[in-house]
Design a protein around this ligand. Structure first.
Ligand code: UFG
Length: 335
């Protein structure tokens, strides 16, 4: 059984990926510093899969700990989720973002290089495209100057990985996520935002649950059919499965170049008002909202061309926006 290291494996996307890995028979070892996750998630993963993954509470910035970890564990591949991810916060605390997101990446790659571990999956983001000229966004769209330090850590991260692949013979795939939402079908794991949610779906579900008074919709004067911004919302379980497909591609040496990158989305754009309407339908309640100013740094529209992932990874998003929103709502009600 191949042992896969999942960093940030107790987080939102990490935990769903651990479940899918275990379902596929991989042996999983998680490193997580619990900075934005809870240890209980381990029990929930066990309930879903009947297998408890090995867990190490470590900080990837602590080089000695990481070295000791790799001395003791024979790892076949690494899926690297652990990173700070709040766009707005990164603008106020850029150095924290560079220190955490870049240092941990560099240390991991150094360990992989030293020990000839050559399969690496990286959590990247469609934020690398900025406002793309053409929609849907293909992988050929140019990478634009980052809008935030967070986005920059994803761009720099991809560059560091590409250069490391070239120099050290590591194989890597960056998955450029669109907007991950939803919760596992079991409703045992889901998103756990810290404090006031910055992202649309947790804000909506908390509003519906009465925790927030109303949703503020950031702008209805975008050049879109209803004036609100368009995104590609992908169910987190579909996203998790894309990681398995990417890992199996690398383990089977099916990659065409040492470093590859893929868009991971549904290919379907939904406006904020469409998301609200869909949520109202699945939750059978009215959602109070008000239109406010645009949020700085937001783009008009982004949705993926998923042909490359469909073809090369043999992967396709299967769940609908309705299913994703319903699972997010059920998850909220368990909180
Ligand atoms: N929105 C609101 N009200 C809210 C929250 C969001 O109207 O309270 C709107 C935003 O303006 C945007 C859409 O809902 O139009 C989605 O916003 P999110 O914050 O949920 O997601 P973003 O597309 O802004 O950001 C996501 C990830 C980032 C990533 C980015 C890449 O959170 O990590 O996609 O484009 F960098």
């Amino acid at each position: 059984m191949k042992k896969i290291l999942v960093t940030g494996g107790l987080g939102f996307i990490g935990s769903h990926t651990v479940v899918e890995l275990q379902n596929r028979g991989f042996q999983v070892v998680i490193i997580d510093n619990l900075s934005n996750s809870k240890r209980d998630v381990l029990d929930r993963i066990t309930e879903i899969t009947t297998v408890t993954p090995e867990f190490h509470q470590l900080d990837l910035r602590n080089r000695k700990d990481i070295c000791t970890f790799f001395d003791k564990n024979k790892i076949a591949g690494v899926i690297h989720f652990a990173a700070y991810k709040a766009v707005g916060e990164s603008v106020h605390q850029p150095l924290d973002y560079y220190e955490n997101n870049i240092t941990s990446l560099v240390y991991l790659l150094q360990e992989m290089k030293t020990r000839n571990i050559d399969n690496f999956i990286f959590s990247s983001s469609c934020t690398v495209y900025g406002q793309a000229e053409e929609l849907p966004i293909t992988e050929d769209a140019p990478v634009k100057p980052a809008e935030s330090p967070y986005g920059n850590t994803k761009q720099i991260g991809e560059e560091i990985i590409a250069e490391s692949c070239e120099a050290y013979g590591i194989k890597a795939i960056a998955l450029r996520y669109f907007n991950p939402i939803g919760a596992h079908d079991s409703i045992k794991i889901g998103e756990l935002p810290l404090g006031i949610p910055q992202n649309l779906i947790p804000y909506i579900t908390q509003t519906a649950a009465g925790i927030r008074k109303e949703l503020s919709i950031y702008g209805n004067d975008y050049p879109t059919p209803d004036g609100t911004a368009i995104r590609d919302y992908i169910h987190v379980v579909d996203l998790a499965k894309a990681h398995i497909a990417a890992l199996e591609r690398l383990l089977g040496n099916k990659n065409q170049t040492p470093f590859e990158f893929f868009n991971v989305g549904t290919g379907i754009g939904a406006s904020v008002l469409e998301v609200v309407a869909c949520f109202e339908k699945v939750s059978r309640q009215k959602l109070p909202y008000t239109i406010v100013e645009r949020r700085t740094g937001d783009i008009t529209a982004a949705y993926a061309d998923t042909n490359k992932a469909n073809k090369e990874l043999d992967w396709k998003a299967e769940k609908t926006l309705e299913e994703a929103l319903l699972s997010a709502w059920k998850w909220q009600q368990t909180q």
